[in-house]
Ligand binder design. Structure first.
Ligand code: CU
Length: 148
């Protein structure tokens, strides 16, 4: 009994370690940009191995001055990006951030994103926990234009 109480205390004191175990970003990448481009996007397959839904409420990266969570909606025949408040990864499930769909939007890039380099991205969850992952910069064949 005493051991169990001790274990619970340890878990309560290490939310970050626990978050790392539950959340994984697979195949993350950032879109390479031409010189002078101010915006880009980060994509990844976000997996949640935990037993509770996890909600991303914000993201940051040193590579960009401003970061937003975005989705793409279809208005008539036009695909448009819009900001969303949050992105939920279902318990024991995943959500795909991909071109033409949910993505992490980067504004005010500090410098062009060059293919072959890597940026670090941090996402913050509704419960305050954070998760960091690396996103290699890749050229993205885009059939979709970004409208702002
Ligand atoms: Cu966007």
């Amino acid at each position: 009994m005493k051991l169990k109480a001790l274990l619970l205390t340890t878990l309560a004191l290490s939310p970050f370690a626990q978050a790392k175990m539950d959340i994984m970003a697979h195949d993350a990448y950032a879109r390479a940009t031409p010189p002078n481009a101010a915006t880009s996007a980060v994509f990844a397959e976000m997996m949640n191995r935990g037993t509770t839904d996890r909600t991303i409420v914000s993201a940051t990266t040193d590579a960009a001055g401003k970061v937003e969570l975005h989705d793409v909606i279809k208005e008539g025949d036009v695909m448009k990006m819009r900001q969303v408040e949050s992105i939920t990864i279902p318990a024991k499930g995943k959500v795909e951030l991909k071109p033409g769909s949910l993505h992490i939007m980067l504004f005010d890039l500090k410098k062009p994103l060059v293919e072959g380099e890597t940026i670090d991205v941090q996402v913050t969850f509704a419960n305050g926990q954070q998760h960091s992952f690396s996103a290699p910069i890749k050229k993205v064949m885009s059939g979709m234009k970004h409208h702002h």
